[in-house]
Design a protein around this ligand. Structure first.
Ligand code: FAD
Ligand code: NAP
Ligand code: NAG
Ligand code: NAG
Length: 719
């Protein structure tokens, strides 16, 4: 599909090969006593067991090869009976794997006997440069201290994994709440309708439905362009707020060091290290969440009924937290390295510079994804974002592979691959059909795509479209589709003219004869699902401008269900700027005649010049019994304006026309008043309009008629 798929699979292959023979993940707590005692022996001042020569590894080998070291260790382990069988076995394999020293099976018993017979108390030994030839015995107080230090330091590694996992717990809880509120509507529609008590109403009025503050949700908050941003709903904001709080808490507890920490010199330095480890591990452990929530094929969307744009909103915040943790991790390690004066040398190690690279990639990904850049250069944003994400994962991988922490990355890579593979399957299973592309208005392009038989359209769903032209085949854009009202097996997409790929298509069509062309397209989908509005006694579908396709297909889908299946009265409201819009959607509007959907069209600027009608060959269409949308450039007719409008209105007598902007405050109030029971409002269109409908629906949740009011947003905004 694109170079990224190749990159992923290349990377996975690499990772798979690398994973072989590398250190396996182990829990420190299983053999904490070994570490505690070995630290204690290593930090003896003026007492050593082996000559200080050779490289670091050679010197470290002493802890396995030297019998006095082993005996000191055995004596230390015997304190409080920490010499469990697994500990003893662990040390045997530890010596084998790290220093190639083959210990006897009964190394402990032998060493312990040696210890009992020959050990000297630490305080009786004179400091010397020469190695001693007897084991050393420690006081219980010191052994307790080192036990504690090991728990603080190494226990933190193990705990951090659990704190990382607790992040999943947090999101599990949040998504469960979302899933419950979605599924109760679907599974128990009758019960849900009766839920108009003060608790349920207050919850929906103050928490689940409103924008965070005022009306803005689909509409961005403006702030000097670069700080433009989308504000989550109130429920989402609460979730995100709690998430930040939760993150702070799990990085604040269980991180105390002892005074004068023997490993890190000071309590401060020790705590710097603990925080560095905690943030590093939690940050890595949460990567699957970041990648899962950003994927189109996120199975949680199917389970919870929460839409992609909400998941993307969570994705952004989780990613911010993750990168912040990674930055803290890096800063703290820098402090530690500088403190130990090894900084300039260690940077040469791959694990270190890949770690630095990953941190930088993560930071850049945050900055390049601001709304302003997503809006102005979406394709560039996406390309850089994916490239940085690959760099982040690859860098992290190399950074942690030698520490045995790669298991933390497996789920992240797994969800990413899963998404990519499903995307490829969806794309290829649709086949790459030839689609008819035509200009059907000043600002609208119509796409007719033949679909495979088994491919089931989802009412209100969308697909991602690739236009297979050399200069932009790699782009995929989301568009809502409708089933063609005239032809079987065709889905139709209406594209509104914007500045990028749609502009390219427009230029291409302008040059083509008849303002139409055929083109191979790749279709990935269907994604999304219809809202639970169909379970209400009355469903009011409100569309603005080019937001109509999804709204239309959902309302028509409900109207076509058998009477036993559907209970709602249906209403469709379409707000358009001028009569031009009718032309490209004429067939669908005409088709509504066959249904009992009450339709109202609001034309907000009725006096706008109607530019399409002049070239509209009405006689041709009339022969087929319906007016067909499409240009006829060869025989342009003179502009007749009002006449045409009247003719159209006559043919669309089942539709009620209003020449003004709707007053949603009044409209929503009236719809609730007239409804036989519960009411659901579904909106898609101009963000300001959708926000207005949300606001007014929310205000009316407490209504004098005690009818349940719901609001569903079909508009998804992520750029
Ligand atoms: C779920 C969904 C359904 C949609 N359905 C329709 C529809 O039925 N008809 C319709 O006309 N439009 C629809 N849109 C909007 C449509 O995706 C964009 O208008 C289109 O991608 C713009 O392409 P462009 O390159 O011409 O735009 P540009 O001028 O490059 O960008 C215009 C705007 O579109 C956003 N955009 C561009 N590319 C993407 C992308 N790949 N994904 C998301 N946003 C993008 C940009 O950030 C910018 O805000 C839908 C969007 C979503 C999210
Ligand atoms: N699922 C999705 O996410 C999805 C699906 C399809 C389309 N879309 C997107 O939806 C957008 C809508 O299309 P568009 O650009 O064609 O719309 P538009 O032209 O901007 O607006 C359409 C109509 O809505 C009216 N309107 C705007 N704000 C209003 C308000 N607050 N109250 C009442 N009426 C209001 C306008 O009236 P005035 O003339 O008085 O301004 C106009 O008549 C497009 O950007 C499209 O890409 C998204
Ligand atoms: C641990 O050491 C004690 C001696 O202090 C010994 O009796 C015991 O059997 C040892 N336990 C194991 C599992 O080796
Ligand atoms: C309309 O189309 C019909 C059938 O294709 C054609 O015969 C007729 O000349 C066209 N009329 C105009 C005005 O373009």
């Amino acid at each position: 599909m694109n170079i990224f798929s190749l990159l992923y699979f290349g990377f996975i292959l690499l990772a798979g090969v690398q994973a072989h023979g590398k250190e396996h993940f182990t829990w420190y707590k299983k053999s904490l006593a070994i570490y505690a005692c070995n630290y204690e022996i290593s930090y003896l001042k003026g007492i050593s067991f082996c000559p200080a020569k050779g490289n670091k590894r050679e010197r470290k080998k002493c802890r396995c090869a030297n019998e006095n070291w082993r005996a000191s260790l055995a004596g230390c382990l015997a304190y409080k009976e920490r010499n469990t069988t697994s500990t003893i076995e662990f040390y045997k394999s530890f010596c084998q794997n790290n220093y190639n020293v083959d210990l006897d099976k009964d190394w402990f018993d032998k060493s312990y006997t040696h210890f009992l017979n020959n050990a000297k108390n630490k305080y009786e030994i004179k400091p010397s440069r020469e190695p001693v030839n007897f084991p050393v015995k420690f006081s219980p107080k010191e052994m307790d201290l080192y036990g504690k230090v090991a728990i603080n330091f190494l226990g933190n590694y193990d705990d951090s994994i659990w704190y990382g996992i607790s992040m999943f717990g947090f999101w599990f809880l949040v998504l469960t709440i979302g899933a419950i509120s979605h599924w109760t509507k679907v599974l128990f529609p009758e019960t849900t309708k009766k839920l108009v008590g003060s608790i349920s109403n207050s919850y929906r009025k103050y928490i689940s439905i409103p924008a965070l503050y005022g009306k803005r949700r689909a509409q961005e908050i403006r702030c000097w362009k670069v700080f433009d941003s989308l504000i989550p709903t109130r429920f989402e904001s609460i979730v995100i707020g709690l998430f930040y709080l939760f993150t702070v808490i799990i990085h604040a507890v269980n991180l105390k060091a002892v005074e004068n920490d023997p490993i890190f010199d000071t309590k401060y330095m020790a705590e710097i290290r603990y925080v560095a480890d905690r943030t590093g591990i939690v940050g890595t452990a949460m990567t699957p969440l970041v990648f899962l929530f950003a994927g189109r094929n996120n199975f949680l969307q199917w389970i919870t009924g929460i839409n992609f744009s909400t998941f993307l909103c969570y994705h952004r915040h989780i990613a911010r937290v993750m990168v912040m943790l990674v930055v803290i991790h890096s800063v703290n390690y820098t402090i530690l390295l500088v403190y130990r004066e090894t900084f300039p040398f260690k940077v040469k190690n791959p694990w270190l510079y890949w770690g630095i690279l990953a941190t930088v990639a993560g930071g850049l990904a945050l900055f390049q994804s601001i709304l302003y850049l997503r809006r102005s250069h979406y394709e560039l944003f996406l390309f850089l974002h994916l490239a940085l994400a690959v760099l982040f994962v690859a860098g992290t991988w190399i950074h942690i592979v030698d520490f045995g922490y790669c298991v933390l990355l497996y789920p992240c890579i797994a969800v990413w691959c899963f998404d990519r593979i499903i995307r490829l399957i969806r794309l290829f299973s649709f086949g790459f059909p030839q689609a008819n592309v035509m200009l059907v208005g000043d600002e609208t392009i119509k796409l007719e795509i033949p679909k495979p038989k088994y491919w089931k359209p989802v009412p209100g769903g969308h697909v991602f479209v690739h236009f297979l032209k050399p200069s932009y085949f790699w782009q995929s854009h989301p568009f809502t589709f409708v089933k063609s009202s005239e032809k079987e097996g065709i889905i139709v997409i209406y594209l509104k003219l914007k500045g990028g790929i749609t502009q390219n298509l427009y230029k291409l069509l302008k040059k083509s004869p008849g303002k139409m062309a055929t083109m191979r397209v790749g279709i990935e989908g269907p994604y999304g699902e219809s809202t639970p509005a169909k379970y209400s006694d009355k469903a009011v579908f409100i569309a603005g401008g080019n937001g109509i396709p999804g709204i239309y297909s959902e309302v028509v889908d409900i109207s076509l269900r058998s009477p036993s299946e559907r209970k709602s009265q249906l209403k469709l409201i379409w707000v358009i700027r001028d009569y031009n819009s009718i032309i490209w959607f004429y067939d669908e509007l005409l088709w509504l005649k066959n249904t009992d959907i009450k339709t109202t069209l609001f034309v907000t600027r009725p006096n706008n010049r109607v530019t399409n009608f002049g070239s509209f060959n009405k006689s041709e269409s009339s022969q087929e019994g319906s007016i067909k949308s499409g240009y006829n450039e060869i025989n342009p007719q003179p502009y007749k304006g009002q006449n045409y409008i009247e003719e159209f209105k006559a043919e669309l007598s089942h539709i009620n026309f209003e020449e003004r902007r709707p007053n949603f405050e009044q409209l929503i109030h009236d719809e609730i008043e007239e409804s036989p029971g519960s009411v659901a409002f579904v909106a898609c269109g101009h963000p300001a309009m959708v926000d207005e409908v949300r606001y007014q629906s929310c205000r009316n949740i407490d209504n004098p008629y005690n009818k349940r009011v719901d609001f569903y947003e079909q508009l998804q905004v992520w750029a």
